[in-house]
Unconditional design. Sequence first.
Length: 379
Amino acid sequence: MEYDSSELAGYSFSCLDGCAMCCLCQPELSLSELERFRKRGLSAGLTKNHIQGYTTDEPTAIKLQGGNGACHFLKGRKCTIYDSRPAFCRQFPVHIHALHRVQLNANLSCRGIVPGGDSLLDFGNGVLRAIDPETMAGALSLAEASTALFIRESKEAGVHSTPERLRELGQAALPVIRDRGGIGRLLAYADSEPKLGDAPAGHAALDMASAKVPEDLEETARLGNLEQLDLENPAWQPVYVDERFRWLTYRARGNSIEVEELAENGKLDCIATLRAEEVNLLQPDSGALGVFGEYAALLNSRDPFLGYSYWLCREEEYAHDLATVYLGAIATTMLDLWWRSCLVGRILGRDNLDARLALEGIRAFDMDCLDMPTIGTFF
């Protein structure tokens, strides 16, 4: 079985007192964990109703306070069942994904992850060792079956590209993304649906760099994000933990964005209302462009993002070449990150998109990125 934990290398991790961002997720229990919770008298904190909108026969989800607040077992931002917490909590901020291999991803929305050292890699390897081999083999078997089905269907439709080819093209796009206006040019290039065939990636890079930035790029970013933030269930809203450990969330209401502070009990306190037009795409400086380029390289290495492009291609009924779907997914995701960084800037009162604000944008965005639909499975 192939494992890839390279994303975790070069990072340190420590859980920050008072943060508790991970406790805003809804952990799901395995049947063995459910039995352990029952034996320890913790069943009152469980529910059959999952915030994704489905129910299970057994109460395998932990309740959220107020239906959209913190974990039922969190009190004063401290876990009251720390020694009994489920595997989801023990693994955070590492996510484990199976596609054609098992890959470990770092949730960069966690403020406890910082560059330097290898403690996150050590932590992730410890998480892997704690997983039952049969559980891992079963997850990989299911993922390989769904991947094989996608490959067969995409080949039959004449739109298939290998992962190696997709990542080669993604790598060719990185210098474009690191250049001013590059995200818009990459988006325009993908939207033109070029016939890439077996053309060298370097030729495609030249065409990407010479594409014209769309005049409606700002509107595209705004409308796309308004659609993403128009959520009926408060539990689905993205959460950004700022430098003061405030839990901030935002949702679209018509052409406005309500910024709210989330309390442990699920109460939402509106702290600002922004007109969508107030969130402009600030021009990134060289530092921010470098951060964006590094994040695009990360996307290009992530198996969940590869699986996301597979999912998009299938959702579009194989009407588009997989290579252009993949490049379009990179461009659209980077445009969303750019806009989200500018939204965070508005909330924090910053009007200079530098490396620091770009990193805050990633903290506000990466958890949502890892939550994108994907072929393959997290476990």
